[in-house]
Design a protein around this ligand. Structure first.
Ligand code: C5P
Length: 220
């Protein structure tokens, strides 16, 4: 591993799930462990970068030398990413951001009644799409996609729609891929290249993503 490959580069990574409050005691979330994002942060640090990790609630230690920014909800993550992205060269969005949040977060605990409960959800901002739309000419942006079908097709559409330079697509249904695991099975996609990778450790995938971003930057 080249420990000076990313010297002078500022890398911003989002990781983990978000929690969307229903009331003071309940929230809606997903199964993201944060492992992929944290592994990328570790890899970036090992490669000599200055690393900021915007993290949702997870049970992982912050890699040594990495600057953490802790958030809870998608809206908080959006605010943090907008602020931190100003100083970033490479931006990698590995977080599993909740697409919807409860329309109202009740001030007091919601009491049970004899009736069913209907919950209204509203859209959260798409952070990656915003970053893609507002990226500076020197910034390189990498998104993730978690699909259960038509992986390549959906991933390519996502890359174009969100204006990413790089998209990592994982198929939730493949063994050794996705949530909670230390490995991943992914397709790596750039504007003019697509490659199906064999099972890979999440940190090694981090190294590969960062090397690819460096290549994209060189070719500009
Ligand atoms: O559209 P979809 O959620 O499948 O896109 C996944 C990618 O978009 C991931 O990189 C994820 O971090 C990002 N995303 C985001 N904000 C959202 C939803 C997804 O940044 N509200």
């Amino acid at each position: 591993l080249d420990e000076s490959l990313l010297e002078g580069k500022r890398v911003l990574i989002s990781a983990g799930p978000t929690q969307e409050s229903l009331d003071p005691v309940r929230y809606i979330t997903n199964h993201s462990s944060g492992k992929q994002g944290y592994a990328i942060a570790k890899a970036a640090k090992r490669m000599g970068a200055e690393v900021t990790l915007v993290s949702g609630p997870v049970h992982l230690p912050i890699p040594e030398g990495v600057k953490p920014v802790f958030v809870t909800s998608a809206q908080e993550m959006f605010t943090a990413m907008k602020e931190e992205s100003v100083q970033a060269d490479y931006i990698i969005m590995a977080a599993a951001v909740a697409d919807y949040r409860p329309a109202v977060a009740a001030q007091d605990k919601i009491k049970k009644t004899g009736e069913d409960l209907v919950l209204k959800m509203v859209r959260n901002p798409d952070i990656l799409a915003w970053i893609g739309q507002h990226k500076a000419p020197n910034q390189i942006v990498c998104g993730f996609a978690m699909e259960t079908r038509d992986l390549d097709q959906n991933a390519r559409e996502k890359m174009i729609k969100k204006n990413c330079d790089l998209l990592i697509a994982n198929n939730l249904k493949t063994p050794g891929a996705g949530f909670q695991t230390d490995t991943n099975v992914v397709t790596i996609m750039t504007q003019d290249h697509l490659e199906h990778l064999p099972k890979i450790a999440k940190e090694d995938l981090g190294v590969l993503i960062l090397k690819t971003m460096k290549e994209i930057e060189k070719e500009r």
